[in-house]
Ligand binder design. Structure first.
Ligand SMILES: Cc1cc2nc3c(=O)[nH]c(=O)nc-3n(C[C@H](O)[C@H](O)[C@H](O)COP(=O)(O)O)c2cc1C
Length: 139
């Protein structure tokens, strides 16, 4: 299976709080599960950065037809897209991460070791980890 990765940034149209993120995370995880798309949605202040990974057509469908049309975010900019050999965030339907407090936003029965694994990943040396850190620390 050809795997595709798309990373974009966008701006929230109104103030983001953990309830908004939880709502997006739950819906995204449900929908993405049926399409086998996984990833990470991180935010800091009004700024989102999301990594989507899966089959190219599914990733593009979610990005173009759902995310870009969602009025809760605007000014989308793709910062990377291309084929990948392995998923970076394969174990999460859609992990949501508050980079302001450096905490994973609890969705269901959040476990702290999961938060820890996510943090280790973000602190890693891969291209995506470095991109996430550079972006999120610029605010
Ligand atoms: C920043 C952001 C990221 C989102 N990411 C996803 C996603 O990865 N997958 C998805 O299906 N929806 C995503 N959404 C869309 C919402 O969760 C959307 O409300 C939901 O998928 C549509 O569900 P509904 O129309 O059944 O309520 C995102 C929305 C925003 C604002």
């Amino acid at each position: 299976m050809n795997l595709y990765q798309l990373i974009y940034i966008s701006t929230a149209t109104s103030k983001i709080n953990e309830d908004t993120i939880r709502d997006i995370g739950i819906k995204a995880s449900e929908k993405n599960k049926t399409e086998q798309v996984t990833g990470l949605l991180a935010y800091k202040g009004d700024n989102f950065i999301q990594v989507l990974e899966g089959k190219k057509k599914d990733v593009l469908n979610i990005y173009q037809n759902i995310i870009v049309k969602d009025k809760r975010n605007t000014r989308h900019l793709i910062v990377y897209e291309g084929e990948i050999s392995k998923k970076e965030f394969g174990e999460w339907g859609m992990a949501t991460f508050n980079a302001g407090s450096y905490k994973k936003v609890a969705i269901d029965n959040d476990q702290s070791d999961e938060s820890f694994r996510l943090q280790v990943k973000i602190e890693g040396s891969s291209f995506v980890s470095r991109l996430l850190r550079t972006y999120l620390r610029s605010f």
